[in-house]
Design a protein around this ligand. Sequence first.
Ligand code: NAP
Length: 244
Amino acid sequence: MEISFAGKQALVTGAGKGIGRATALALARCGARVTAVTRTQADLNSLVQECPAIVPVCVDLVDWAATEAALKDVGPIDLLVNNAAYAKLQPFLEVTPDQFDLMFNVNVKAVLHVSQMVAGGMKARGSGGSIVNVSSQASQRALRDHAVYCATKGALDMLTKVMALELGPHQIRVNSVNPTVVMTKMGRLGWSDPEKAQTMKSRIPLGRFAEEEDVVNCILFLLSEKSSMVNGVALPVDGGHLAC
Ligand code: NAP
């Protein structure tokens, strides 16, 4: 399936590493003008070196004022990927308020904020658009030591649905992808232990973790006109884990 984003402007958060970086590069290959947002300048430097057409924006999305200042000149956005997230593993009884706040601030509150800015522009222009939130299988499966992370992704799935409901009449579609483990920096944090990894893989009918490209391809589909009647879904990219 050929997908072209020629003439479209895309914004990807958390584009410095992992799934977000791969998404930004794929969107650029498909012809979009890509704005890449993340908080580590060195990652943006290497991204722009790899793809000079990408416009880099360095900001910590937890800081709403800084985010507004950083994004005010990016221009009209047609495609938004809310990918940035933070994970800290803590047993439930040891969860700390600072980590609770940080995870909700990045994984949920910043998604709300960036989406308000971008969708507000889409609505004002009457141009429609497509937004993909990067959620997780963790929104629907209890994972040990992931209490707050799971809760943020559950909240994100519900935010996705309400955004789909309220933005749909403006021809703005909002969906999520819900991957299983991908061995990025975040994936390695939770799943480097071979025994833990094997236990998780044994619950995935396809018997493997996802690759970055598995997730990116689903994001591109949901951003594209190929999914023009799909709105408000949480698309598992999990080899069947959530089905059983
Ligand atoms: P990753 O490798 O850790 O990359 C996350 C990116 O987000 C990094 O570039 C990071 O920048 C950026 N970021 C984090 N906090 C930020 C903030 N406050 N402001 C701006 N940028 C920020 O993670 P990943 O595995 O690619 O995950 C991408 C998405 O997939 C996340 O939503 C994650 O929850 C989801 N997901 C991942 C997995 C998995 O197993 N990897 C599974 C399911 C879902 P810094 O590195 O500079 O902090």
